[in-house]
Write a protein that binds this ligand. Structure first.
Ligand code: GLU
Length: 275
């Protein structure tokens, strides 16, 4: 429902009362935005297994399937979805500006982010890990990163964790997206990449002869669906859609379809707490 945002305030007010008079949605909740059968959803474009724009123009991954399921619960089918790239540093901005209606983009629920956005879920749980070149012997986990160049992404909890915990000994290199970190790793420009294990496992699955995961996860990341902060009703609707996806078995089959080949243990669904 993009037109509302593009109109000036007076036209907007007129349009809204017209919509209300016609019996359409007059509210700015998620259900109201989905009323015309269209939604704009923020996902990642470069994370295999999770959110990826393929060369043939198709959008695939577990986050994409979760997003499609939630949209369907709101009466919006795939044809009504516009996919927008939502990189780590852009997610809060995209929600605040209304450029996207919700975000399903490996988005960890944190108290700090809750000051700016609302979360439904969680719908997945993972933890931060370390990715290295297949031939790497020295780096065996986060405690062996001293003096090394470590790549992560601006605006992520992963980069923040490095700043908080390892900054004295590790040289943090920040890029805008993880695929750029992986390119830098393969080119020998950085020594390791850190973010959520499920994301790193997707890159390993694409290049198993070149990359490997080391160590055990050292944080807990609970992925939520991001919504504008004020939309409590939207949060409740999305959280019950997630519960329905889990209960129907669709959550598990989407996970197996998308992450099953990545070589990580498939977790149980987390309990939905953000209602
Ligand atoms: N889940 C973490 C976060 O939300 C890292 C992955 C990402 O950057 O999307 O910051």
């Amino acid at each position: 429902m993009l037109f509302r945002r593009l109109l000036p305030a007076t036209a907007l007010a007129a349009a809204l009362s017209l919509t209300a008079a016609c019996g359409g949605a007059s509210d700015d909740t998620l259900a109201g935005k989905a009323d015309d059968g269209e939604l704009t959803i923020g996902i990642r474009f470069d994370q295999p297994g999770l959110g990826q724009r393929r060369l043939d123009g198709k959008y695939v991954g577990f986050d994409v399937d979760v997003a499609k399921y939630v949209a369907a619960q709101l009466g919006v089918d795939e044809k009504g979805i516009t996919w927008r790239e939502a990189r780590s540093a852009d997610r809060e901005k995209l929600l605040a500006s209304g450029e996207v209606d919700f975000v399903v983009a490996t988005y960890s629920i944190t108290d700090k982010r809750k000051e700016q956005v609302a979360f439904a879920g969680p719908y997945f749980e993972t933890g931060q890990g370390v990715l290295v070149r297949f031939t790497e012997d020295d780096i065996t986990g986060p405690e062996t990163l001293n003096g090394k160049k470590l790549c992560s992404v601006t605006g992520s909890t992963s980069a923040q964790k490095v700043k908080d915990q390892f900054a004295q000994d590790v040289q943090l290199v920040e890029y805008g997206q993880y695929s750029d970190c992986v390119i830098a790793l393969l080119a020998g420009n950085v020594d390791a990449v850190t973010t959520d294990e499920v994301i790193l496992a997707g890159y390993v699955a694409e290049n198993p002869e070149l990359l490997k995961l080391v160590g055990t996860p050292f944080t807990t990341e609970r992925y939520g669906i991001g919504l504008p902060k004020e939309d409590a009703a939207g949060r409740a609707v999305v959280s019950s859609a997630i519960e329905k996806m889990v209960g129907s078995g669709e959550w598990r089959s989407a996970l197996e379809r998308n992450i099953g080949q990545a070589g990580v243990e498939l977790p149980e669904p987390p309990k939905v707490t953000e209602k």
